[in-house]
Write a new protein. Structure first.
Length: 196
């Protein structure tokens, strides 16, 4: 016999009122008791650096890509402004940042995008120099954003990433610290993608 009952909002299926639970191997012990999950031991979500880096790269591209000149000679001038007035160490630092910005904006293969985004926000907040080229565009495009608390959120993610995840200078064994970091990363991802 065929079941001709029509399920819908006015006649919900009995299964729709039951709770659904995702089960995986190891979730329950041999006695059927749910195992306690130590979030600090679950390093995989934090090792997925690409997620936060992809968001950072996306923000940098959204903010700066339209200002990159089309011709290769204009691009060269844009990414290599005159740095002769800067002390040697500061000039070399600017060259490294300009090179990474060029790799990110032109080749889309820049290094450590979350660090570059952190630098863009910090540079805009703290520098008083007017250098020109890509540096002036960074100051202009990130000007409004840098006045928010986004820098402190990115800085916290960046510091945690470097200390516990990327370089693993310290072992992550504190579950509350890991939980707090996951919340910061999720909030940071939301903030980065919301800045449009």
């Amino acid at each position: 016999m065929t079941d001709n009952i029509r399920w819908g909002l006015d006649n919900p299926h009995p299964f729709s009122k039951m709770k659904t639970e995702l089960i995986w191997e190891g979730k329950y012990d041999e006695y059927g008791n749910r195992r306690v999950v130590d979030i600090a031991g679950c390093a995989m979500p934090l090792q997925k650096i690409e997620t936060i880096d992809e968001a950072a790269r996306g923000m940098i591209l959204r903010e700066l890509k339209d200002d990159v000149p089309a011709s290769r000679s204009e691009q060269y001038a844009f990414f290599h402004p005159d740095l002769s007035d800067l002390p040697t160490g500061e000039a070399n630092f600017h060259i490294r940042q300009a090179t990474n910005l060029e790799r990110t904006l032109v080749g889309q293969n820049g290094l450590m995008p979350i660090g570059l985004l952190r630098w863009c926000l910090d540079y805009t907040r703290t520098t008083k120099r007017e250098i020109g080229g890509v540096f002036e565009v960074v100051r202009t495009r990130f000007g409004g954003i840098s006045q928010t608390d986004l820098f402190s959120a990115i800085d916290a993610i960046y510091s945690f990433r470097n200390e516990y995840v990327a370089h693993q200078d310290r072992e992550l064994s504190d579950s509350e610290l890991a939980k707090e970091a996951l919340i910061q990363w999720a909030s940071g991802l939301h903030r980065i993608w919301s800045c449009r």
